[in-house]
Write a protein that binds this ligand. Sequence first.
Ligand SMILES: O=C(O)C(=O)C[C@]1(C(=O)O)C=C[C@@H](O)C=C1
Length: 367
Amino acid sequence: MDKLQEARLQINEIDSEMAALFERRMQAARVIAEYKKERGLQIYDAKREQAVIEKNAAYIKDPDIRSYYVRFLQDEMAVSKRYQEHIISGVKVAYSGIEGAYANIAAKQIFPYGKLISYRDFKAAYEAVERGECDCCVLPIENSYAGEVGQVMDLMFQGSLYVNGLYTLRITHHLLGVPGASGKDIKTVVSHPQALAQCAEYIREHGYQTIEYANTAKAAKAVKDGCDKSVAAIASAETARLYGLEQLDHDINESALNSTRFAVFSRVENKKVNTTGDSRFMLMFTVKNEAGALAQALNVLSSYGFNMRALRSRPMKDLAWEYYFYIEAEGDETGQNGSDMLRHLGLHCDMLKVVGHFSDEVILQED
Ligand SMILES: O=C(O)C(=O)C[C@]1(C(=O)O)C=C[C@@H](O)C=C1
């Protein structure tokens, strides 16, 4: 037998072993896909991929081969992601608003393989998941300019869903007109009040009239349907594409940091977040009506080493002048220290629930 034949026989043997291993790996990937579908998690997990590569590359003794093996692992995970997309494809994702609205843009980016279903408002989208009509929903919880989204906070407090992922969408506004219009033609701009406020300086400089719409996509649709060269919408580049509008001016919002945080809600809690130090969790509670109860509750978190990043209060709708509290904190509350903290915190609360935890806040780019 010559060397070629010998090497090919070896490869045949290795490939047959690898085929069996590949099948096992893909079966594990299927389990992961189904787990993620139930919890509204993204397939791609950058940290996990990094860990897989680091751990396995270290097994390769020949330094000449190591970089090829890293490539092999990357390809293997790309195949695994394609297979998972095939399994999850059509996962039903509820969002509020119409196509082209920012919630739709965020949902599309988080679940490009999903079936996105529009609901008229936050409550309708949230309840569609509670009823089992959708697998998860994507709702805004906070805007860097306008602050918390109170209606979504209230749903989190009263409802039964969990937050297993948080995504920040950077928002860039553009001036959008009908084809053939130019900046000089524009007299009136239409958009959501927040978008108008975010571009207030630009609008003032140009002396435009403003008209408010329920969301930026509706404003864009109105411009398209109105066919009036003197009216422009303020919305995203994606909305322009969707409604066949032209960008007459770009990046017109004042703050470059304009962004909205979207949470993905699902019926199943993602019990274990990674423990690499980037975990965060969200709590909602009411405190006992006693002097110092709130201060004591807050002290419990720090005494167990959890760093509180946000504290908000909202009125309880059915009890005048009573409030519930929302906390977002850094750390992993699923371990022993976390459950001790929650037990201790519970002593100061009438009601306490963990609404969600997630490992990393993912930054989405608008385009
Ligand atoms: O571990 C996961 O979360 C997976 O989805 C599996 C897997 C892989 O094939 O190893 C695939 C995609 C992720 O980006 C990370 C890893």
